[in-house]
Each structure stands twice: as structure tokens, then as C-alpha cells.
Design a binder for this molecule. Structure first.
Ligand SMILES: [Zn+2]
Length: 236
């Protein structure tokens, strides 16, 4: 079952706070009694103080919608929360007393990493483009160099024609270095690398640690979670 939370949501308790979006987030009630919350608003959704995109949530988790509105999930969807303090001393007994909540699984936050596919693809396709462009420039330079070297001896055989060919080669050579730009300067390349490094980070806003995997394929295949904050990566 899905419940849309917001000023125009389908949740039990009406929300009138104008800072809350009309459709602010979505709560999915799973068959096994667990809850998943997903942010739908540009002003953000927090669970127990952490910005989330999509995560499992407990009935007594504190949900903050936008900058000011805050309540528990239980109040929001009108379900009785099991009596529990914010820091359960004995998680095992809590779990046993309430089949509806599963605190152990709710502790692990999940973050969508699918936006990193685009980050990687953009960076990689530009890398390939630049390499191809540079290859073409190098080909022209080498070709003109060889042409000039071959033209020089013809001066001895053809006189003025040889001079003309050599002159043409030299001018071409000068142009190929002075007139033709490299695909990107070292500075431009570094700038692009920095932008990629800034985006290639753990999607958990509390963490933001650099991702170890060198590309998106490796990230999906080998790194299903963050080694620093232990959050779980999911691909939507
Ligand atoms: Zn992390």
C-alpha cells in the first residue's frame, strides 16, 4: 500500500503547514509490515535528522518535511506506534513485542546511486571524445612533419619546386602546432577531473566520502554499500 504524504496527500492526519509540499513524500507499507519512505519534494525529507532519498523507516522515526514540519511516522499515517523511547535499551525485546517494526533493518540507510551512472557516463564519454580529437590532431602534425622531411631533399632535384614543397611543409607544420589547439589543455583536463571527483561521492549527505570504485560498473558490481558510513547503495 502506498500513502502520499503532503498538503494534498492521502495520509490520515491532514497537513496545513505551507512549507510542506502538496505531495511531499511517499510511504510504502510492505507486506511484511516494514515501511519505506521516499522523498518527492525539492525541499527535502529528513528521517531522524538525516536527509533521505529513499529509506526504510520505523513507526516511531521522526519525519521532517521541509524546513519546519516534523512528526512521527505513526502520527502521520495514523497507526499506533509501539511504546518505545527514542533510544531502545533492549532492541531484541522491542523487536519481539512489535512485529510491525524491525529496528535492525531500519538502522541501515539506503541511498539511490543511479544518478552516479550519468556522472560517470558524462565524464567517460568526454574522455573518449577528447582522446579521439587529440589523436586526429597528432595525426595531422605527424603527417605534415613527414611531408616536410620528404620535401627537403627534392630541393636538390627540382630546385624551385622543391623549395615550394618544403616551404609548404614548413608552413603547414607551424600551423599544426601554433594554429591547431590540443583537444584540451592540462588545466581543462584537471578542472574536469575535479568536477568528477566532487560528484563521485557517497550519496549519503552525512558521509560524502569519495567512492572507491573507478567506474559505475565496478560500483554496481563490487560496492553495494559504503565502507565508511555503511549505508546501502541501491539502483532505482
Ligand atoms: Zn558513505
Amino acid at each position: 500500500m502506498e500513502i502520499i504524504i503532503g498538503r494534498h496527500g492521502t495520509q490520515k492526519t491532514p497537513i496545513t503547514d505551507p512549507t510542506v509540499s502538496r505531495q511531499h513524500c511517499k510511504v510504502t507499507v510492505n507486506g511484511d509490515g516494514t515501511y519505506v519512505i521516499e522523498n518527492l519534494s525539492s525541499s527535502g525529507t529528513k528521517v531522524d535528522g538525516l536527509d533521505i532519498i529513499r529509506t526504510t523507516v520505523r513507526l516511531n522515526s521522526r519525519i521532517q518535511l521541509g524546513p519546519s514540519f516534523s512528526t512521527t511516522l505513526a502520527e502521520l499515517i495514523g497507526v499506533h506506534a509501539p511504546s518505545q523511547t527514542s533510544a531502545p535499551k533492549n532492541p531484541a525485546s522491542t523487536e519481539a513485542s512489535s512485529g510491525a517494526t524491525k529496528p535492525r533493518t531500519a538502522e541501515v540507510k539506503t541511498f539511490d546511486i543511479s544518478h552516479l551512472r550519468q556522472v560517470w557516463e558524462d565524464f567517460n564519454s568526454t574522455n573518449l571524445e577528447m582522446a579521439e580529437e587529440q589523436r586526429k590532431t597528432n595525426l595531422v602534425r605527424t603527417g605534415l612533419g613527414i611531408f616536410t622531411m620528404c620535401a627537403m631533399p627534392t630541393i636538390f632535384f627540382f630546385g624551385p619546386v622543391g623549395y615550394a614543397l618544403t616551404g609548404l611543409g614548413v608552413i603547414g607544420n607551424i600551423y599544426s602546432f601554433a594554429g591547431m589547439r590540443n583537444a584540451e589543455t592540462a588545466e581543462e583536463r584537471q578542472c574536469r577531473q575535479d568536477a568528477f571527483d566532487d560528484a563521485w561521492v557517497c550519496p549519503n549527505p552525512e558521509c560524502g566520502h569519495s567512492i572507491i570504485a573507478k567506474n559505475y560498473k565496478m560500483l554496481v558490481r563490487n560496492h553495494q554499500s559504503c565502507p565508511y558510513c555503511k549505508c546501502k547503495y541501491i539502483e532505482k
